[in-house]
Every structure is written in C-alpha cells, then in structure tokens.
Design a protein around this ligand. Structure first.
Ligand SMILES: C[S@@+](CC[C@H](N)C(=O)[O-])C[C@H]1O[C@@H](n2cnc3c(N)ncnc32)[C@H](O)[C@@H]1O
Length: 279
C-alpha cells in the first residue's frame, strides 16, 4: 500500500522530505549510515520469524538487513517521509527478490497499524529529526509486543562540529537551534525512554570522528535552515542582517581556531539505546 496520498505533512516534515528527496541519489555513496544500521541490528537481538518496524528507513539499509535476518517467516515494515529515498529502497528490494519487506510512505510519528504489533522497533540515523520524541516513544511503545525491544541510534550532543559551534554562537543571541534534535545527557536520554514506559534501558556509546577540512565544517552555515528551533522560520529572519553577518564571521573564526595541520576534529560520537517493553 502506498500511503503517500494520505500524507498531510507540516512544514517541518515537508522540509525533511524535500531534503532527503534531494539527497537520495547520492545517499548510498557513504558507508557510514550502513555501518550504523549493522551495529544497531547486531544489538537488537534479532531472530527468525520476528516482525520488525524500521522508522526512517531511507534507502533501506536497516530494513533490508533485518529482512534477511528474520527469514521468510518474519516481516519487516519500513516507513519514511521521503518518496525518493523509498524508491531507491524498493529498487534494491526488487533486485534482491525479498518478499518479506513492505515500505510505507508515511510519518513515523503518526502511525496507525490497527491490528499489528512488532517484536522490534528500530530507527537509525533518524531520531534527531523526530519532532516530539516523548510522544513518538510512547506511540512506538504501544506498537511493540510485550517483551519487544526498541533500538534507537542517535548522534551524541557533541557530534557534528559545525552544528555544535552554530548552536553555541546563536545561543548567545538568544536563538535556540535544533530544538528537538538532541538527546542531551545520558541521564536525560534514560529519562526520556523511562517516561515512555520502557525498562531495561541500555545505552552504548561509541567514539567516532575524523578530521575534516574547513570548507566541510563551514558548510553547516548553509544548512542552518534545517536546524531552526521554529521550523517554519526563514533563517534570514532570525537576526537582523548585520548581526547575522557578525555571527557568520564569529563562526568562521571559531572554526579556524579549531583548525590544526590535520584539519578540524569532527566528533561523531554515537549512541545506541536498546530498551524493553515489559508486560
Ligand atoms: C539519515 S536518513 C537514515 C536512513 C536509514 N535509516 C539509514 O540509516 O540509512 C534519515 C531518514 O529519516 C527520514 N525521516 C525523518 N523524519 C521522519 C519521520 N518523522 N518519519 C519517517 N521518516 C522520517 C528521512 O526522510 C530520511 O530518509
């Protein structure tokens, strides 16, 4: 079933769908996302015959690996806002001849599966986009079978140097960026999952990162509109033009300050949260 005709997205979600529609053709060039999907899957105690829901399935890295792991008795369902990411996933599924995987064009925060419950709900590289994390986690809790597991991957607060610097600079002017993007501290993350009803919450952190060039780090400035606290706001209206020019100059100074002969350290610390729905 294609739910695209039922989609009624707010501006924030429309922007995400557009962003990933644009990224879709080059998305699979990087190994990074696939590696994360494999790690999340390995932590999620997958067995043959399970029913798995993949939120923000994208080009299908996790859903396809999960479908292979659960065999033909199991079923994987993937949901994504971006029709073009899903089109690539569907091509791969057809090429592989997988019959135990279904993709929906839909919003992971607004799902109705009247009679379906899942053994695993997984989400890789997507949780930062989830608009209301507390509400989404409660919904996903309801969609799990008793004893089912949720497995969420998210970058830590310290990840992506350009965004970290931007957040700090704009905060000085009273502008909050990335309103819902962050999980905060480990304790805050644990509380978020516990408040949704989950137990046995295990958070594994992995240290990743690399040195990147100044231009790559500075590209965060051009992606600023994706980080706004009010998703309907145009970033050019955030601050008066003179102030905005000042912040951009400060941003470049700060990146240059962090620059060494190897480049700028771009932290990519990742978190994997596995938690259980008790009876
Ligand atoms: C970085 S990609 C991750 C794709 C895949 N999980 C992976 O790890 O390769 C993020 C995906 O999440 C999707 N997404 C973001 N918010 C979503 C939401 N509320 N519901 C469904 N999909 C969403 C985007 O459209 C995009 O395809």
């Amino acid at each position: 079933m294609d739910m695209s005709e039922l989609l009624d997205l707010n501006e924030y979600k429309t922007r995400i769908a557009d962003l990933y529609d644009r990224r879709s053709s080059t998305y699979d060039e990087s190994q990074w996302h696939e590696q994360i999907c494999q790690t999340l899957l390995a932590k999620a105690d997958i067995h043959a015959g399970q029913r798995i829901l993949d939120i923000g399935t994208g080009t299908g890295h996790l859903a396809i690996a999960a479908a292979r792991a659960i065999g033909t008795e199991g079923q994987t369902i993937g949901v994504d806002l971006s029709a073009k990411m899903l089109a690539i996933a569907n091509q791969k599924i057809a090429t592989l001849g997988l019959t135990n995987i279904l993709l929906y064009h839909g919003d992971g925060e607004n799902l109705t599966f009247p009679s379906l419950r899942f053994d695993r709900i997984l989400s890789a590289n997507t949780f930062p986009w989830i608009e209301n994390k507390a509400v989404a986690l409660r919904l996903w809790y309801d969609l799990l079978e008793p004893d089912g597991l949720i497995g969420i991957h998210s970058p830590a607060d310290t990840a992506y140097v350009g965004n970290v610097v931007l957040r700090t600079l704009f905060a000085r002017y009273g502008v909050e960026l990335e309103f819902s993007n962050r999980l905060g501290t480990l304790a805050m993350c644990r509380d978020l999952f516990a408040n949704a009803g989950f137990t046995d919450i295990a958070i594994a952190t992995e240290q990743h990162g690399s040195y990147i060039g100044l231009d790559k780090a500075a590209s965060a400035w051009h992606n600023l509109s994706n980080l706004l606290s009010d998703p309907t706001m145009d970033f050019s209206t955030l601050l008066p033009p003179v102030r905005l020019a000042e912040v951009e100059a400060e941003f470049r100074v700060e990146l240059e300050r962090r620059y060494s002969d190897r480049g700028i350290w771009n932290d990519l610390t990742t978190w994997y949260v596995i938690a259980k729905k008790s009876h």
